[in-house]
Write a protein that binds this ligand. Structure first.
Ligand code: PGA
Length: 241
């Protein structure tokens, strides 16, 4: 089971001290039941990966530029740079970035560049509330998968994060049956190797009791609740209770 912390645009050097609890907790993971990945803002990737060196906790980035080559792109960071400072994963296609104008084509270029840099990709997909109401969820998911992974031959380094846009940061999670249907639909789109599919959107230490029962979910992408080490640990503990 994956537990991915998406810190979004929160956190500074001092915040890293709060992870001591999680580091301690991660040592109880003797049988490798879970995998913890922290995706802090890119300014914290280096210090965090240094701090986590002797632990099994891994580090990821939250986005990258689409160009594998270095170049004149002010303010941007590419996948090679992220890899060089300790990132092993990168989140691509998050709806907060899609809302800023990232389209499937750009996301596809980003995914290819990340794979070339040997980063594992946490590829976010999900429908908006309007699309859900029009019963277009499956169509939207199929299109995002098809376009996002166009000419990506090897999907073994792709993890899908199903994040309904209407669920992110709202406290609302999908009905168990809808979630089951969406996740199985996503898995059915892959013929050769079925990727891990995570759920993300308002996961917290209360609703995890319902979510953990949907046993085709391979883990969670956690935003708000991951900023509290206590809540984050609680989510992991409850998943296995
Ligand atoms: P949330 O965010 O848990 O705060 O809803 C999830 C995400 O955006 O990845």
């Amino acid at each position: 089971m994956y537990f991915v912390a998406n810190w979004k645009m929160f956190g500074d050097l001092r915040t890293l001290n709060s992870l001591d609890k999680v580091i301690k907790f991660s040592k109880t993971n003797k049988k490798n039941k879970f995998r913890i990945i922290y995706c802090p803002p890119s300014t914290l990737i280096r210090p965090l990966s240094k701090r986590l060196k002797k632990t099994k906790i891994e580090v990821g980035a939250q986005n990258c530029h689409h160009s594998y080559d270095f170049g004149a792109n002010t303010g941007q960071v590419n996948s090679r740079m992220l890899k060089s400072v300790g990132a092993k994963y990168v989140i691509i296609g998050h709806s907060e970035n899609r809302q800023l104008g990232e389209d499937d084509k750009l996301i596809n270029l980003k995914i290819k560049s990340a794979i070339k840099s040997k980063l594992k990709v946490i590829f976010c997909i999900g429908e908006t509330l309007g699309e859900k109401r029009k019963k277009r969820t499956n169509k939207v998911l199929a299109k995002q998968i098809y376009n996002g992974l166009k000419s990506v031959k090897n999907t073994s380094n792709i993890i899908i994060a199903y994040e309904p846009v209407w669920s992110i940061g709202t406290g609302i999670i999908p009905k168990a049956n809808d979630l089951l249907n969406s996740i199985s639909y996503i898995k059915s789109k892959f013929r050769k190797k079925t990727p891990k599919v995570l759920y993300g959107g308002s996961v917290n230490n209360k609703n995890i009791d319902q979510l953990k029962d949907i046993n085709i979910i391979d883990g969670f992408l956690i935003g708000g609740a991951s900023q509290s080490s206590k809540k984050f640990i609680d989510i992991i503990k409850k998943t296995f209770n």
